[in-house]
Write a new protein. Structure first.
Length: 271
């Protein structure tokens, strides 16, 4: 019987299947880890946007934590959509009990279509309670601006923001540069600031497509799967970025708006 690493996602459900819990579980399966979930909220969502968001009762979230950790050996975990302050504080208290488990914070704030997925007043709680617990934080530029409290318009600004987020307690920071407004380049640039102070840029050809729904969830999920299997941070991030690049560049046609990425494209590349 194969001993498989067990990985947990704590996030919202996407009924359209492109992001959230669904994207996480698809990615876990592709990376050959056993995926489990704690659902914080259910969304009515498709490629055109979010039509409704329905947070679960806090006791339901707590019950899921109790159930998971009474039975499974969790090797790594991540958070995505967390709704608001009371959820953040509950989740932080549970993560804090398990400092030995690598934890990735994907600070989901706004859906691809523009709908808010986190209460504005919860961002300060995310900074206070979750950032200091994170093995890795994976913000895009708008999220990093909110967390770091600075404007990001250049690659130098990305480095500055990553350092601020690290100073808030995060061990490692991966700042995703796809939203960089001054970039007229044919390349996209992501910046990794490691715990030891080392910085590394990752650059890929820019893919012009509307089908990028769930890329942040997918990236964080791939990284957490690789960490669970014992990869180092730089190795896990490198594979995660390659996985997402393949998922975007080898697209699929689903829905009529911002379509999902192709979660099995990297497997095709490996084969």
């Amino acid at each position: 019987m194969e001993n498989v690493k067990q990985v947990l996602t704590i996030a919202g459900s996407d009924s359209g299947g492109g992001a959230g819990i669904q994207a996480d579980l698809k990615t876990f399966q592709e990376r050959k880890v056993f995926g489990m979930s704690i659902i914080v909220a259910v969304t009515a969502q498709n490629t055109r946007g979010v039509q409704g968001s329905y947070p679960l009762p806090l006791e339901a979230v707590q019950a899921q934590f109790d159930s998971i950790f009474s039975d499974f050996d969790v090797s790594a975990m991540k958070t995505g959509m967390l709704v608001g302050s009371s959820y953040i504080q509950l989740i932080a208290s549970e993560i804090q009990k398990r400092p030995e488990i690598p934890y990735i914070l994907d600070p989901v704030m706004i859906a691809k279509g523009g709908s808010a997925l986190m209460e504005d007043n919860a961002i300060s709680d995310l900074i206070e309670y979750l950032v200091p617990l994170a093995t890795l934080v994976t913000p895009n530029i708008p999220e990093a601006e909110r967390i770091a409290g600075v404007s990001i318009e250049t690659k130098e600004d990305m480095i500055k923001a990553a350092k601020i987020i690290q100073s808030q307690g995060a061990k490692n920071v991966l700042l995703k540069g796809g939203h960089l407004e001054d970039s007229q380049s044919e390349m996209t640039s992501d910046y990794l600031l490691l715990e030891n102070g080392e910085g590394q840029w990752f650059e890929n050809d820019r893919v012009y497509t509307e089908n990028t729904h769930g890329t942040g969830d997918t990236l964080a999920s791939c990284i957490v799967a690789e960490l669970a299997k014992g990869s180092g941070m730089k190795e896990a991030v490198t594979l995660g970025i390659d996985f997402v690049y393949a998922a975007i560049s080898d697209g699929i046609a689903v829905g009529h708006g911002h379509g999902p990425t192709n979660h099995w494209s990297y497997r095709k590349k490996e084969e």
